[in-house]
Design a protein around this ligand. Structure first.
Ligand SMILES: Nc1ncnc2c1ncn2[C@@H]1O[C@H](COP(=O)(O)OP(=O)(O)O)[C@@H](O)[C@H]1O
Ligand SMILES: [Mg+2]
Length: 227
């Protein structure tokens, strides 16, 4: 079910979260409507990955509210939360964690299979995505380069066309592949009406988002365009 375009599908309100006496999130607010993209920049260690973990429901904030598709994550049982995440969230992890004993295609298919798709559908979608990203299908996962792994991780997040979160998805890519990954990520909200949050160090990637935010002292602040 795709909500009407104005309904926020990802929303954090007044989220507070700290580790080891350091407040990483100190009243963070974020609203991403369907079909829109947001980028988040900020220094290393400022809490960007932590922010995405809150949106995934992998971290429960000390204060504040996290909603995905209108569902308050704090109200879901662990089982319901896992199902909600599987169905609605695609995450590109910073280090593109893949399962080395599966082939690249299987690594992408698994997300689709877990969401309940038939194997043939899952396989053809996975192959198409990997082909589009220029990843060699037949290479064993452990023999892929860092950049190839990162692209497999992007394909896996995209296979169900869910709401998307991406943690530095272009960090280890060179120019051409960086463009291909960014093109695919940013076309997803446009083509499928999902919300996209991209954490990135790359100003060129950040500037492609509809809204550019900076994580500053635990809050998300809008970046003024330098024009
Ligand atoms: N579970 C944890 N225990 C202790 N420190 C943590 C934990 N998770 C994150 N941190 C620390 O919190 C800070 C922010 O982490 P992170 O959200 O990964 O930052 P970013 O993604 O912006 O680089 C870092 O200093 C990190 O070392
Ligand atoms: Mg990080």
């Amino acid at each position: 079910m795709t909500p009407p375009p104005t309904q926020p599908v990802l929303r954090l309100s007044d989220v507070v979260y700290g580790v080891a006496e350091r407040q990483l999130l100190a009243g963070a607010d974020l609203t991403v409507p369907a079909g829109r993209s947001v980028s988040v920049m900020g220094p290393s260690g400022s809490g960007k990955s932590t922010l995405l973990m809150c949106l995934m429901g992998l971290i429960r904030p000390e204060f504040g509210r996290v909603e995905v598709m209108g569902e308050n994550l704090a109200r879901l049982s662990p089982r319901a939360l896992a199902a909600h995440r599987r169905r609605h969230i695609g995450m590109v992890f910073q280090f593109g964690e893949l399962l080395p004993e599966l082939t690249p295609v299987e690594n992408v298919m698994i997300a689709s299979l877990l969401a309940g798709d038939l194997a043939d559908t899952a396989r053809s979608r996975a192959e198409k995505l990997l082909h589009g990203l220029g990843v060699p299908h037949r290479t064993a996962t452990q023999d892929l380069s860092g950049g190839e792994r990162q692209r497999v991780a992007v394909a896996r997040a995209l296979v169900n066309t869910p709401e998307l979160l991406a943690d530095e998805p272009t960090g280890s890519l060179d120019g051409e592949h960086r463009e291909a990954v960014a093109d695919l990520l940013f076309s997803t909200p446009r083509d499928h009406g999902c919300a996209l949050v991209v954490v990135t160090h790359d100003p060129a990637v950040a500037s492609r988002a509809d809204v550019r935010l900076h994580l500053h002292e635990g809050r998300l602040v809008q970046v003024e365009e330098a024009r």
